[in-house]
Design a protein. Structure first.
Length: 431
């Protein structure tokens, strides 16, 4: 069983619970932590003493009215869903205990969220790209969703912090299509969220201020190997080419080595550039990540399962947005078929944003519906098609894109010469 090998300070690995649920250990049941034990500070949770070599699977079990969201901690890359695979090595633990007696390994935390229409105290990293009139901005934000049905921002990094809206209200339609409302004093159709809120995508289409924002939960620890592997990436920007052509868009594949570097190969480019070059990245404990190539940088977050990266370009001379999805090997029209909801942004002046729907069929249909946009249009439908590669690469109309290995997230990008730079991020309909 593939597992993360832990060096444990003082031979212990604390277990923590956020929200309401329990942690069990599936092999012997000796380890684990019940909600009441965690709240009481019982040693079984706070210490979780290690004695010998063990390969374990911790499982998160939500209480009624709650659902499991994600693990914070060093789960193995092969861990699935509510299970966290871990390997304890006693000899390494003894070495650590002898040489670093005052350092304790970060806790393994099971995060549960309420199974309702609101989130309770959920902290997110938020990548935002927007415009007011002809002025664009981009930001990396701290976002806090609370159980009153609102969220608020504080700024980590931004081009123009004075343009940011500090408070929003939301309502989650779990029964229908996972649409999220936005606005102060009222809610309108504004985007989508995965069933466990591991990714939220919102578009502001009202008034003079238009934007798209991508949210991912904060974490207490990020696996340094989260970025290792093969990816498809898309990036649009207000940047101008040396030839004076305004607006940048690129779709590319990337191979990352797990040590902060790798290479990328251009698949489609609005400036008609071609070739391969070096790429680098940086990860931080809370899930924040930076992707760097050719002097450009996307700053955002990587998902807990290591399959999705979203970010915004925050630079003095350009603003933009993008995403990367890990490649897979078994996609077909059948696996991609379904309904997806999300957000769309095109680099125009003023910035064009929309809440959109994609319907992919087993016969290769790929219809696009604009549910609402910043020009006031509603429920406009366009015929389209979709081509699917085994690796998760998609093509529909003039757009390139990809689907995540679990089939829950899709991005599409206009990155061809002669097309306006546009980017859309979708999540599969929650059933």
């Amino acid at each position: 069983m593939p597992a993360a090998v832990l060096l444990l300070g003082a031979c212990r690995h604390p277990l923590e619970i956020q929200g309401q649920g329990d942690i069990i250990e599936t092999a012997s049941g000796i380890r684990g932590c019940a909600l009441e034990e965690f709240q009481a500070g019982i040693g079984r949770c706070a210490n979780n003493a290690v004695d010998g070599n063990e390969d374990l699977v911790y499982r998160a079990l939500p209480r009624p009215g709650w659902r499991f969201s994600h693990w914070d901690g060093a789960c193995a890359a092969g861990s699935s869903g509510a299970d966290c695979n871990i390997s304890y090595d006693q000899s390494l633990a003894d070495f650590w205990d002898e040489n670093f007696p005052d350092q304790t390994w970060p806790a393994l935390r099971a995060v549960f969220t309420q199974d309702g229409d609101t989130l309770s105290g959920a902290r997110y990293n938020a990548s935002q790209f927007g415009g007011i009139g002809g002025t664009s901005y981009a930001s990396l934000l701290d976002a806090l969703f609370d159980n009153t049905g609102s969220w608020r921002y504080t700024v980590q990094q931004a081009t123009q912090p004075d343009l940011l809206i500090s408070r929003r209200e939301y309502r989650y339609d779990r029964r229908n299509r996972g649409l999220v409302g936005s606005g102060v004093g009222s809610t309108v159709e504004a985007g989508a969220a995965t069933g466990d809120f591991d990714l939220v995508t919102l578009a502001d289409t009202e008034g003079n201020d238009t934007s798209v924002t991508y949210y991912m939960p904060k974490r207490s620890e990020t696996n340094p190997n989260s970025f290792a592997g093969s990816w498809y990436c898309g990036h649009i920007s207000t940047r101008s080419s040396p030839r004076g052509q305004g607006g940048y868009a690129r779709f590319f594949s990337a191979q990352l080595n797990g040590s902060g570097s790798g290479s990328f190969t251009i698949i489609a480019d609005r400036w008609n550039e071609q070739g391969s070059s070096a790429i680098g990245y940086t990860l931080f404990e809370d899930g924040t990540a930076r992707l760097n190539y050719l002097g450009l940088q996307l700053t955002g977050s990587i998902s807990a399962d290591g399959n999705v990266f979203v970010g915004s370009e925050i630079a003095s001379d350009a603003r933009g947005v993008g995403a990367c999805l890990r490649t897979s090997s078994n996609n077909t029209l059948n696996t991609v078929a379904g309904t997806y909801y999300g957000t769309y942004v095109t680099i125009t002046s003023p910035l064009f944003t929309a809440v959109t729907q994609r319907d992919f069929t087993r016969a290769g249909g790929g219809d696009l519906t604009i549910r609402r946009d910043s020009l006031g249009n509603r429920n406009r439908r366009f015929g389209d098609y979709v081509l699917v590669g085994f690796s998760g690469q998609l093509q529909t109309g003039s757009r390139e894109g990809a689907i995540s290995p679990d089939g829950q997230v899709v991005f599409l990008i206009d990155a061809r010469e002669g097309e306006l730079p546009s980017f859309s991020l979708y999540v599969r309909e929650n059933r």
